[in-house]
Design a protein around this ligand. Structure first.
Ligand SMILES: Nc1ncnc2c1ncn2[C@@H]1O[C@H](COP(=O)(O)OP(=O)(O)OP(=O)(O)O)[C@@H](O)[C@H]1O
Length: 315
């Protein structure tokens, strides 16, 4: 039976934190965090009258009920391994030598895992992303990765995270862009304001490992349809992800063993060959799936065209 996504309470990571006096790597013990339901304010556009029903829902869709059992108390131990990629808010590594409660986990239960480590100044962005993984629990394993939790540890003054220096962000702005929409559409949650000011916390998302990024070059129509359908699934939850439509944020379904089977979408029943990642800029809205599709479809078309052109220039 697959490990429930909320089974792990503590993760011990080897190879991620360094003692900056001795330059020795030391194990980091991170504890599972929970996202308050009101961490991310909704972007609500009042519906003037029912004639707007095609565009606007009367209210923001509620989070679908969780199907997970009560949170577990398992402990996971793993070693930071290969670097997989990075971006504005995080740095992603494979995990090796994973042990669950002291033994090698059953490959039918636990897939290959990765950690997305927040950059030191992007704690609020990672918390926001964790909230969206909770919000989209029903899509985990179908259109988005399974997320095994959000974990944090406070660093002491003599501890540092070498990945922050080894993989610096291209964009060095200190502005917390992930909170811009929250400021515009509601009030920023006090936890997020506090997080935004801190630089002494290691914060990670534990995710199922997905396949490679969407390649440059021509994509078969079936792949374009499947990728478009990921966005359709997400739109059924009133979630807008139009800001960040890029090949870096579309990965193939898991393919490295051990991996868990892809689940059918609860909305379209399609079994996807792709997954959408990266939700720190997502917004929870009362826009209808139709309205959201009028926003993401042209952006996806543009991305497919650009990827084809870039593939032709860079064979
Ligand atoms: N679950 C995963 N499995 C395998 N690789 C992953 C996974 N998540 C992320 N990656 C790799 O890491 C890269 C960066 O991840 P991600 O987009 O989540 O980071 P980010 O900092 O939020 O980036 P952005 O600048 O797009 O906001 C991805 O493009 C991908 O190559």
């Amino acid at each position: 039976m697959a490990l429930p996504q909320n089974a792990i309470k503590i993760i011990t990571l080897e190879g991620v934190v360094e003692n900056n006096a001795t330059h020795k790597l030391i194990p980091a013990v991170l504890h599972r965090m929970t996202t308050p339901l009101n961490l991310v304010p909704s972007c609500y556009d009042p519906r003037p009258d029912p004639s707007w029903a095609k565009t606007l829902l009367e209210s923001v869709p509620e989070r679908p009920p969780s199907h997970l059992p009560p949170p577990g108390t398992s402990q996971l131990h793993g070693h930071l391994a290969g670097f997989l990629g990075d971006g504005r808010s995080g740095i992603v590594f494979e995990l090796d030598n994973v042990q669950l409660d002291g033994s090698t986990p059953d490959p039918c239960s636990v897939p290959r895992l990765v950690v997305k480590i927040a950059r030191s100044n992007r704690l609020a962005a990672l918390a926001r992303e964790a909230w969206f993984y909770d919000e989209m629990e029903c899509l985990q394993g179908s259109s988005i990765a399974r997320c095994y939790g959000w974990f944090e540890m406070e660093l002491s003054p003599h501890e540092t995270v070498p990945a922050w220096e080894a993989h610096p962000a291209e964009d060095t702005t200190e502005e917390d862009y992930a909170l811009d929409d929250d400021k515009m559409f509601g009030t920023v949650h006090p936890d997020q304001l506090a997080r935004s000011a801190r630089r002494d916390v290691i914060s990670v998302l534990l995710l199922e490992q997905l396949g490679p990024r969407m390649p440059l070059g021509p994509l078969p129509e079936s792949a374009k349809t499947d990728i478009t359908s990921l966005y359709e699934d997400i739109s059924h939850l009133g979630i807008a992800v139009v800001q960040d439509i890029r090949p870096q944020n579309i990965l193939q379904a898991p393919q490295y063993q051990p991996c868990l089977p892809s689940l059918p979408s609860p909305f379209t029943h399609r079994v996807h060959s792709w997954r959408k990642i990266d939700f720190e800029l997502a917004m929870k809205t009362n826009l209808t799936p139709w309205q959201l599709s009028t926003d993401y479809k042209p952006e996806l078309e543009r991305m497919f065209e650009d990827a084809e052109l870039d593939g032709a220039e860079d064979p």
